[in-house]
Write a new protein. Structure first.
Length: 243
């Protein structure tokens, strides 16, 4: 029989057969005079065994195809791996449930994703909404657990309606500044931003140092790609007030 017939009988694809050949778990048959591979029943039996074991959950490189092997030990190992997969899937389902409950996007941890909509809720310009969201993605995934904990605490404070209103005004001013903005106006924006941050933070414990290490340059690069030089400088000055 040819590869298409064998694949159809075994319930696999011809590409799957080629993959089995490539990784060495299915011997390639001799080619006939016309260049086609000619399979026999032994090949079909082999493929059916492979498919059965793969469907059970065995990795292709670990298939217990040797009849003299200790199948009980192999099944015990498989059972442990399947149990670990169930635990991982259970955890993933819990995260999905939390995201759905909060109406949040799945590209952030649920405890942070629910706060990612704050920028949109403040009716910020789309450019700044995108900037804030991407910064949060970077911090959540590169900053480590201490950073995520600090972000969660900060965003809980920023969710206060009065705090949101004050920062909405600050963002509107920030969006307008550029190299033509007078120095006095920039200094006033820095002062207002710092005051608003201090009021929002309140008694929040900021003793945990966020060390971004080697990835800090990525945040600088991201800021420079979204903001004009004046905005980058203003953010740096605000950061220095809390350094």
């Amino acid at each position: 029989m040819r590869s298409g017939e064998l694949a159809g009988l075994a319930g696999v694809t011809v590409r799957t057969l080629r993959h089995y050949h490539q990784i060495g778990i299915l011997e390639e048959p001799e080619r006939s005079a016309n260049g086609y591979r000619e399979y026999d029943v032994a090949h079909l039996v082999r493929v059916l065994r492979i498919k059965r074991l793969a469907d059970l959950g065995f990795a292709l490189q670990d298939l217990p195809l040797d009849d003299t092997a200790d199948h009980d030990a192999q099944l015990e190992a498989l059972d442990a791996e399947l149990a670990a997969q169930i635990d991982r899937l259970t955890g993933q389902r819990a995260v999905v449930a939390a995201l759905r409950a909060g109406g949040a996007s799945p590209d952030l941890p649920p405890e942070l994703a629910v706060h990612a909509a704050l920028a949109s809720a403040m009716s910020l310009p789309p450019r700044l909404v995108a900037f804030e969201r991407e910064q949060l993605v970077l911090l959540a995934h590169l900053g480590g657990e201490p950073t995520s904990q600090l972000l969660r605490a900060l965003y809980e404070r920023f969710a206060d309606p009065d705090v949101m209103a004050s920062f909405a005004t600050i963002y509107e001013q920030f969006d307008r500044i550029d190299e033509s903005t007078p120095a006095a106006e920039l200094e006033r924006l820095v002062e207002e931003s710092t005051t608003a941050m201090i009021a929002a933070i309140g008694d929040l414990d900021l003793s945990t140092t966020v060390d971004l290490g080697a990835v800090e340059a990525l945040f600088d690069e991201h800021g420079a790609s979204h903001l004009n030089p004046t905005q980058v400088r203003v953010l740096a000055e605000i950061g220095e007030r809390f350094g």
